[in-house]
Ligand binder design. Structure first.
Ligand code: DAH
Length: 347
């Protein structure tokens, strides 16, 4: 009987490890340990075993039962794993190209930014960038913006708290107030403090204002700043440059108009209006598009440039406003929703 028990385990070992399906498994299980199975058959022979051998034999039968159960468990686990794998389908090869490749497209704001920078690069401008977290000094003070100017109001500017969460920033310059820049004009100051004239830079980037979001306002939008400093720079240089930039961008039928305005960092200052009725969907005659002017001597004083020697012009434009005109977009919020139906039109 002992030999029969060990032969049963050996046979089960071979047979169970080759099982591949659940019906085969159930059949094998019944054959080995079922009520009419082989183990039950051997147990029935216990009656013929001499009394003194019965305890040892009983122990052997229990061991055989445990061994068979372990073999059955292993086989079942293997079959279940195969079933799950079959349900999941073939293994994925991540190196294969997607069956439906969706090529990325550049965002319309990126397209317009790159186009304007490209136009300016052709006439000697270099692209520079500045930080979005700024100090009051770069954003306002050095730009000749008085402490009580409404743009500095906490209702218009996002000031960063100076509490523990921001100590890394707040400790950089003791006593400085940090904020999210409200315009890219701060880069004018950073550039002039870093280098010497002549200077000819363009600086695109994000700006932030506490505006209520609607079809034409966003609390976070994009600007592009220009600065030119040299000897004998005049208003006609500024007008010629902006005329060149806007006509290159929007076509030679574009009309450009200067209106006197006030900015603390330029004198004289202008707002620039565009007429581009040749563009589809533009129905307004004049659209205000940017601010500009001749760099105020007070700004040159702030950065240590001799204002009797150096002169210059500066300008700042909103990229969204221009992109909306160019593409006939009537709601600024489309730019930020990342809706593929919108974005893929610019492929
Ligand atoms: N910083 C102004 C704004 O955000 C735009 C501007 C006006 C920029 C005049 C300039 C400038 O460089 O000279 O509305």
């Amino acid at each position: 009987m002992q030999d029969q028990l060990s032969a049963l385990v050996a046979q089960a070992e071979t047979e169970l490890s080759a099982l591949a399906s659940r019906p085969d498994f159930e059949a094998a299980k019944a054959r080995y340990v079922g009520p009419k199975g082989e183990l039950t058959g051997l147990m029935k022979q216990m009656g013929g075993v001499p009394k003194e051998e019965r305890p040892a034999m009983g122990k052997l039968i229990n061991e055989t039962k445990t061994a068979l159960q372990a073999l059955l468990d292993t086989a079942l686990t293997r079959i279940e794993a195969a079933e799950i794998a079959a349900q999941l389908g073939p293994a994925i090869d991540p190196s294969l190209p997607s069956p439906d490749p969706l090529p990325g497209t550049r965002h319309p704001l990126t397209l317009v930014r790159e186009e304007i920078c490209g136009i300016l690069k052709k006439v000697g401008f270099t692209v520079v960038e500045g930080p979005e977290v700024e100090t009051e000094y770069y954003c306002f003070d050095a730009l000749n913006t008085p402490a009580d100017h409404p743009a500095r109001d906490a209702q218009d500017t996002f000031y960063l708290p100076t509490d523990a969460a921001f100590t890394n920033i707040a400790k950089k310059i003791p006593g400085e107030k940090y904020l999210l820049r409200t315009h890219t004009s701060s880069v004018q100051i950073r550039t002039m403090l870093k280098g010497k004239p002549p200077i000819r830079i363009v600086s695109p980037g994000r700006v932030y204002r506490r505006d209520t979001v609607d079809a034409t306002h966003s609390a976070n939008f994009h600007q592009l700043e220009g600065l030119y400093v040299d000897k004998n720079v005049t208003v006609s240089d500024l007008k010629a440059l902006l005329d060149y930039v806007l006509k290159s961008l929007l076509g030679s039928d574009t009309k450009v108009r200067f209106r006197p305005h006030y900015f603390g960092y330029t004198e004289p200052s202008f707002e620039v209006d565009l007429s581009a009725k040749h563009l589809p969907k533009v129905n307004k005659e004049w659209v205000e598009i940017m601010g500009c002017g001749m760099v105020d001597p007070a700004v040159f004083d702030d950065v240590g440039y001799d204002s009797t020697v150096w002169s210059g012009y500066a300008f700042g434009m909103g990229i969204e406003r221009i992109a909306m005109m160019m593409y006939g977009i009537d709601d600024i919020r489309y730019f930020y929703q990342n809706d593929l139906r919108f974005l893929r039109q610019f492929a």
